[in-house]
Design a protein around this ligand. Structure first.
Ligand code: FES
Length: 267
């Protein structure tokens, strides 16, 4: 009877796991997935408790060594004990098989949700849409020309073929030409703060610093975006640019470092 109760609990755990998988695959309401998981966990807990209380032996057995040959009556008695023991062993094996089946069903129920993880990110965290020859464009798609910006002003730009791409957003600045003569004073930094990814949208022209409004990290634009203050722990990546023959500004490559906050793959 006690083995049947434990077996019944294990069967319930198998049914609960199957119901969870069915609810998950059919895309049903979360409530059914939760109820099925609760049934599985409750049934497994009950089976474990029953197993510990009723099926595990709690007696100490000492086996007496008998000198053979034994008498016929003793041999008959031993054969009887052996038969009883075989029945007990076979019942236990059935419950053990049920236990393995229940654990396998639970494992399957836990593995199935991994389908929701989606495609692997690949190297998307290391690159943006900037590449050699990509034209700098405003959010509305207009290209930026070399005479468009006043000195000490700033503008948000994107690659012309990836307008609005959050990873690629960048701040175009114009400082006095003597500070960046190769690009007539233009320089471009990633707009993603290296602390927690907020947009670094404030340009303090007098100090030549970019500031993140979220936690006040400050970056020196004349020192390759080095951190001046705040919780950010590494420099703002700078995009290499040049002036094309038609007077527009273009990138000469992607950012040399991954943009945005630190993540565990970064060396
Ligand atoms: S996100 Fe920029 S300082 Fe925290």
């Amino acid at each position: 009877m006690k083995e049947r109760l434990v077996g019944g609990a294990l069967m319930l755990a198998i049914v609960g796991s199957a119901l969870f998988i069915a609810a998950y695959v059919s895309g049903g309401a979360r409530i059914y997935e939760g109820l099925a998981l609760a049934l599985t966990a409750g049934a497994l807990s009950a089976a474990a408790a029953g197993w510990a209380l009723w099926l595990l032996p709690d007696e100490r057995v000492a086996d007496r060594i008998v000198t053979y040959p034994s008498r016929a009556a003793e041999r008959r008695a031993q054969r009887g004990e052996f038969r009883t023991g075989v029945r007990a062993i076979s019942r236990s094996r059935a419950v053990v098989r049920l236990l393995y089946a229940a654990l396998g069903a639970c494992a399957a129920a836990l593995v199935v949700p991994f389908r929701s993880l989606g495609p692997a990110p690949g190297d998307a965290l290391f690159h943006t849409r900037w590449r050699k020859g990509a034209r700098l464009a405003r959010g509305d798609g207009r290209a930026v020309r070399v005479d468009d910006l006043e000195i000490d002003s700033a503008l948000t730009v994107f690659p012309a073929d990836a307008l609005g791409d959050p990873q690629s957003q960048a701040m175009l600045l114009r400082v006095p030409e003597r500070l960046a003569p190769a690009t007539r004073g233009y320089m471009v930094y990633s707009k993603l703060c290296t602390h927690a990814g907020c947009p670094v949208a404030l340009y303090r022209a007098a100090a030549k610093e970019l500031m993140c409004p979220c936690h006040q990290s400050v970056f020196n634009v004349l020192d390759n975006g080095a951190v001046v203050a705040g919780p950010a722990d590494h420099a703002l990546p700078r995009l290499p640019i040049e002036i094309a023959q038609d007077g527009t500004l273009i990138a000469t490559s992607d950012f040399p470092q991954p943009v945005g906050p630190s993540f565990w793959e970064r060396g």
